[in-house]
Design a protein. Sequence first.
Length: 650
Amino acid sequence: MKKFIKWLLLGLTAFIVLTVTTLALILFFKPTILINPKVLDFVLTKTKVLKSWSWEDAHFSHEWKKWNERVFKGHFKNFCFVFDQEAATVDACLEEISWNFNFLYNFGEGLKSVAIDPIKVRSSKFNLKLKPTAKKQAPKGPPLAVWDYWKMLWSDLIPDTDVVFKKIKVTHNAKTYEFDLTLFKAPKHLRAEALGFELNSTFEKLEVTAPKKYPFPKDLPTAKPLFLRNMKLTALMKKSGIPIKVTGGLETIELVLDSKISLPLQSDLTSIAFQRRTLLDTSARIRLPEVKKNLYEFGPRPYHNLPAPLSNMDGSIGLDIKTVKPMDSKSVVFEGYLSINLESPQQFFVVNLKASAPFDLETRTPGAIAVEVDFKKVALMLPRLSRKSLPPQFFPDKRIQSVPYRPVDPKVKLPGKFELTINPQALGDRALHLRTNLLDEVLRLNFDLVVSDGTVQKGFVETLPLKTKVFKRPIRLQKLRINFNHPLEPVIISTIQIPLPEYKITIELEGPLSKPRHAFSSDPPLPKNDIFAVLLFGRPLADLDPDDKTAASKTNQILSQGILSLSVLYFLAGSSVEYVGYDPNSQNATAQIGLGHKNSLRVGGNQSGVNSTAVRRSLGKGWYIDTSVQNSTDSDVKNYGVLLERIIAY
């Protein structure tokens, strides 16, 4: 029995070897026996791969070169077919298909084919109709062997190819796209062209070049259509992964994108793990030169100009974007770095912004956004203001639309709502400069604020030391700092010096911004009433006449009770004070200031909110005319009056 089984196995093995050898010899010495039009028609009929097929002419031939070398040729003329599957339908006619191969057989190497001429395919009809298919679950399986497929593409298994397809029509969702395709593959080079795009590749490197001018795929509300220019994709083919670089520009905007596709490639390209890994290997760089010119050319009206004072500057804007890995395995953190560099002969706006936001790949929603604004070098020229009149009214840019702020219950989560935290910073001597004709020197500001939900949560704003004149009086702002700590009221800390010819007056402020405490001191030391006398008249009380002494003492009284502010006091100090009065019964405070040889101004107010202003002019020979206006903060009604008065001296 054992011998029978042994001889049976040996017989089966011999039969298999003989059969395979016979087939190999037939394919080598007489391939047309198995490869011919009739056999092909039979195979297509049995397998039903194609829905229908036909050809006008088909020819197969072979030539014996050596005992181990054969040349196998063939061609089809007008080979038409219909391929119908669940996802798509192909209706095509290949006008010409030809091939010319050299088959070699060597001991130890086996059968080998070498293309004498590239496989040639010509077609002017290729209609591809994509069918709407139901959404299927992501495929699961082993990683895609991308590197193995890539090596196979450059091996002898894939022969040289020369393909030209004209008038390819692709129909999808009732839209039809028509284009031509050419493909040429040599042993060490692959080239393809379609829709103006060109692909060139070697085993080590792949490049895709777009047309020099290509329409931007999305319609944007710009003044004129945008075009992508000189776009190019470069990929380095490596076993561990494929680094990718995209360069080019959107009009004059320079674009650079770096990414990497790690290998092996997972079968499910929509998985969170694949998307996260790809995003973490991706970064982008954007540069916009000549901001003013480009905004005017492409910006939609009326947004084609920068708002003042940036409208007088020009420069560049740069943006760098990258991703970092957070603790959560289903999200990434996008980080953006924006650099703005604008300038004009007298103004600068050099600011860096850093923004970061986590992004949940599972829910496709961003998290809390944090923005840091660093003022590196900012010098702005404020509009010229008159020193002799009230400042003009400023209105916001009409292009900026805003809505009233409505507080929202933090416990209620609104759809699409995200948190935004802004941290503007201006630190250092060159951080923020404001130039105005009202000040003799540049106003230098430093600040470090945290703004969330439209409210300054914490931080500070302070001015660097300043020397200037206000109302023709010298002033030295040694220190002015406002500290924020929400929900508490902002606190001010300030030291102001007023250097006079014989005295130096110091005013210190500290406390809540709405009602800070103030303290006066002088060098050399003076009593408080003398300090007010020096501020108003330049001399202490002992050197004043009785009327000036009364004005100084009354000023101290009404300032202490909060009837007048420090700014009003400084205005009075810089003018020709004729009288300062206060009536404790009516709590009315008045001040009369000389405006020239024949004119004077009288202002008054009380704690109830009633204010009055009057101008008095001498007409000569004892005649005077008074014009006055009185208004209340509780009412929009104003009372006007004119009084003609004559003073007769006896």
